[in-house]
Design a protein around this ligand. Structure first.
Ligand SMILES: Nc1ncnc2c1ncn2[C@@H]1O[C@H](COP(=O)(O)OP(=O)(O)O)[C@@H](O)[C@H]1O
Ligand SMILES: [Mg+2]
Length: 359
């Protein structure tokens, strides 16, 4: 899959951009604060309708303006002409000129995997960051998963609101509980399956980057131990005290370990970064396996964070995606990696929100 065209209007510091991209490896070079990350953010936004920086769309609108536009032509098995207009009062999303009303109907027109500074949270951050990683991957691969997640979250919200009351209505509580359990059980099954498939990919990816026999493992640790309904019933007394739902997929953990030790506590900074990259590489490999072609890789300043040995380990993994009809976008301030990235390399200079071809 590749993005053949990108069009931006008033997107952060990018006033106006119309550019065509071939398949292959694209390096975006430029000094700090020129708009390199903004460009990757735009591609990611077209794929997911949200920013990887964890901010709302309002912040993306160029200062002093009222709306942004992002459009792209994604070419995979199908051609998708995506157009997304966003202002505080109006949002319009079309694919091949057909309006899309539900986000769940949209995802899949463009697939990306992003590597960025925020990935550190996958190892160091709260369990929520890791749940989000699994959920995004499942959303990208399983029709219906996003709807399932929404229904679960909605049931959880209603149930928690009820538990906050002084004397919750038991009939209502039972009905929210049933909704919670029904959807929650499906979430658990899906997460367990995807972790099982990711696990060997992560192990392998980590070894390739680190070039050391360290054993990177992920283990799914569901909040539900045996049976969701039974566990919930057992937590009733504690629930009354805390006035909220204490077991369920919203409390799941994905445990990361290196040679049997919890990565967040024991791994060095370099090992943690490697782990985060291995998680993202595994996501990309998994998506490629399911959809028959690799997702677009968006790599933001990652090279600068790795030592020379690890850079040398990562280069062949990402170059592979830049071969054939795959596509990689990688930002950097200088070219600091060993050897050629790809025989299909394109260089772009990013300067104050404009992009021009180099060489
Ligand atoms: N909504 C916005 N409107 C205008 N400029 C913005 C907006 N958001 C961020 N910027 C500007 O974009 C620049 C940072 O771009 P970024 O892509 O993060 O830089 P880098 O090239 O270092 O990756 C900064 O100068 C910042 O002020
Ligand atoms: Mg940047």
């Amino acid at each position: 899959m590749h993005l053949a065209r990108l069009k931006l209007r008033d997107f952060r510091n990018i006033r106006r951009l119309d550019v065509e991209f071939e398949p292959g490896f694209h390096v975006l070079l430029g000094r700090n604060a020129q708009g390199k990350t903004n460009l990757l953010e735009a591609v990611y936004l077209l794929a997911t309708l949200r920013s990887f920086r964890g901010v709302g769309n309002a912040q993306i609108i160029r200062h002093e303006r009222k709306a942004f536009f992002a459009g792209g032509l994604a070419i995979g098995q199908a051609k998708n002409d995506i157009r997304y207009y966003w202002s505080a009062v109006q949002r319009k999303l079309t694919v091949n000129e057909k309006p899309i009303r539900r986000v769940a109907d949209y995802l899949g027109a463009l697939r990306t995997v992003v590597f960025c500074a925020e990935d550190a949270l996958l190892v160091n951050g709260p369990a929520k960051s890791r749940r989000r990683f699994l959920d995004l991957l499942l959303t990208q691969t399983r029709p219906g998963y996003l709807d399932l997640l929404h229904r679960y979250t909605e049931a959880l919200r209603s149930r928690n609101a009820l538990l906050k009351r002084d004397s919750p209505d038991n009939v209502l509580l039972d009905s929210f509980t049933r909704e919670l359990v029904g959807n929650g059980e499906k979430l658990i099954v899906a997460r367990r399956e995807v972790v099982k498939k990711l696990s060997p990919l992560i192990r392998l990816g980590y070894r390739k980057i680190a070039a050391k026999p360290e054993d990177a493992r992920i283990d799914y640790a569901p909040s539900v131990r045996e049976d969701f309904a039974v566990d919930l019933a057992k937590s009733r007394i504690r629930e009354q005290r805390y006035r909220s739902t204490l077991v369920g997929p919203h409390r799941d953990e994905l445990k990361l370990s290196l040679d049997g030790q919890a990565a967040a506590q024991y791994a060095s900074e370099g090992q943690k970064r490697t782990f985060a990259i291995a998680l993202k590489m595994a996501q990309a490999d998994y998506l490629a396996g399911i959809h028959g072609s690799p997702p677009i890789l968006l790599i933001d300043d990652v090279m600068g964070e790795l030592d020379a040995g690890r850079r040398a380990g990562l280069v062949p993994l990402i170059s592979r995606v830049g071969q054939a009809l795959g596509q990689v976008f990688m930002t950097c301030t200088e070219e600091n990696w060993p050897g050629e990235l790809s025989d299909n390399l394109h260089r772009w200079q990013v300067d104050e929100g404009t992009v021009s071809r180099e060489g």
